[in-house]
Write a protein that binds this ligand. Sequence first.
Ligand code: FES
Ligand code: FES
Length: 217
Amino acid sequence: MRDDKNEGHNPATTELTPPQQSRRDFLEGAGATVVATAAVPVLGVSAVQAADSPIPSNAAQTAIRLTVNGSIHNLQVEDRWTLAELLRDHLQLTGTKIGCNRSECGACTVLMDGEPVYSCSQLAVWADGSNIQTVEGLARNGQLSPLQQAFVDHNGPQCGFCTPGQLMTATALLNRNANPNPEQVKQALVGNLCRCSNYNAIVEAVVAVGNQPGGAA
Ligand code: FES
Ligand code: FES
């Protein structure tokens, strides 16, 4: 799949380029809702739009194929991009947050084949062939997932910056243990820091989902 010379691209592959973004665009985007309500796209091959005014780059590139929130993407990515950059800057999935950008805070957590990973510390090329779920993929048909609703009900988000990562790690926990106790929740979320120190409410929310009839994230 590697294509360092940037020649002979698969015509079905979309070459992504960094979008032109003004400071105003950035500030407006930063206000996005933390408990995302976007519906999961219907499974299919998506056409990701390249920027109208691409920034030339001589960086090595690789063609990858991955599934993000149920949609299959064939993408031409730069080898230096992290998965977080790919999701946020090129697929416009800005629900995934970047806090420390060095594997310490967990704000960037997404699920890769069901397992929580720090997307700031995964290269996009390493995600080739994988199934990625982001916070945008939790809601179904405009309905918050039970876990998202529990975060709302228990005041899980304060500033909300850590919330997407907390939700993704807790989703993975609930997928393998539908009824975790508080200690199990604390252990699972140990890699997700909350600078607002809202840990008690977050643990309560996750435990509450497990206690619901039918549980599940
Ligand atoms: S932004 Fe990835 S761990 Fe902090
Ligand atoms: S709610 Fe503010 S960092 Fe967790």
